[in-house]
Design a protein around this ligand. Structure first.
Ligand SMILES: [Zn+2]
Length: 309
């Protein structure tokens, strides 16, 4: 990926990385971290492209040299992107990585390793990686990517330079989103996506952004006693974003004055429903949602509705 394809909020960190690369000061082990859907892997790929390019341009990798062509074809022998076939990155994958870092570069340049989802390394895998992080072989860069920095072990963290990525100002993101999606941006969308522009873009593309506003209104109407339980369930059940949207709605409601005990009960009831949805195979989702809404109603109905227009 060339710089021109990078998301605008990733340009400042990328330019910093470029300057450090030119000065030979880029750390050999980096962690890119930030919210899910902020483009961490895109930045890792752009950095790898830059490091491997034989004809670096002011805007990043040239996209045309032999090294760039090999990389674009997914065929660059000096780039290793760790893939895990299971949910965890195991010790075998890290052994393969170690072997790669200590072998000679094929294109007489840098070698780059990207570890997506680095927080999913097993303890044994993390231990196997430590030595390589401590004394990285010359010319080798290791880029760890994670949404949950705190889940990396303290020893791994202490050996990597942390790059905390942020999506920038909401107004800039809204402008970017409306340019990309060519549609109006619902006011609560970015809040709902917790500052993740790529998630917001996905919801816009799937026409789910509109349904966010609709669902919030439906929930308000239900808790205000203006919509029957059965009608509410009928309209909400089966929506792919239901648990996220419901959680968002409840967090907004809980931000209003409500006694502590009631807050805790609301959260506990919601979390139990989320847990059951993933654990109970073949659960009747409409029935479970009916139970949840019935339980929540007396807890929330005395509050002012927020989304009632
Ligand atoms: Zn190039």
């Amino acid at each position: 990926m060339q710089m021109t394809e990078l998301y605008p909020w990733l340009l400042p960190p990328f330019q910093q990385m470029q300057a450090l690369t030119e000065n030979g000061q880029l750390a050999h082990a980096l962690v890119l971290t930030g919210a899910a859907g902020i483009g961490k892997n895109a930045l890792a790929n752009a950095l790898a492209a830059l490091l491997l390019c034989k004809n670096r341009q002011p805007q990043g990798a040239c996209g045309a040299c032999k090294s760039c062509l090999l990389r674009q074809a997914g065929n660059h022998a000096d780039l290793l992107v760790l893939q895990s076939e299971t949910q965890h990155i195991g010790v075998d994958a890290i052994r393969q990585l170690n072997q790669f870092t200590y072998s000679a570069a094929q294109q007489q340049g840098y070698r780059v390793v990207i570890i997506p989802g680095a927080d999913s390394m097993t303890e044994a895998a993390a231990n196997a990686l430590l030595k390589t992080l401590e004394e990285p072989p010359a010319g080798c860069f290791i880029v760890l990517v994670t949404s949950t920095y705190s889940q990396l072990s303290a020893t791994i963290r202490s050996r990597c330079q942390r790059w905390q990525l942020n999506a920038g100002r909401a107004t800039d993101l809204e402008q970017w989103l409306s340019r990309q999606s060519r549609q109006p941006i619902p006011p609560e969308l970015l809040d709902y996506c917790q500052g993740s522009p790529l998630k917001a873009l996905r919801l816009l593309a799937n026409e789910q952004a509109d349904s966010l506003s609709k669902m919030l209104t439906i929930l308000d109407d239900y808790f205000a006693g203006k919509l029957l339980l059965s009608a509410t369930v009928k309209q909400l059940d089966g929506n792919a974003e239901l648990s996220g949207m419901l959680g968002f709605y409840l967090r907004q409601r809980l931000a209003q004055p409500l006694d502590f005990l009631r807050q805790q009960t609301v959260l506990a009831v919601y979390q139990r429903w989320c847990r059951d949805a993933t654990r109970i195979i073949g659960q009747n989702s409409a029935l479970a949602l009916t139970g949840l809404l019935t339980e929540l109603k007396p807890l929330l109905q005395h509050q002012e509705a927020k989304w009632k227009s």
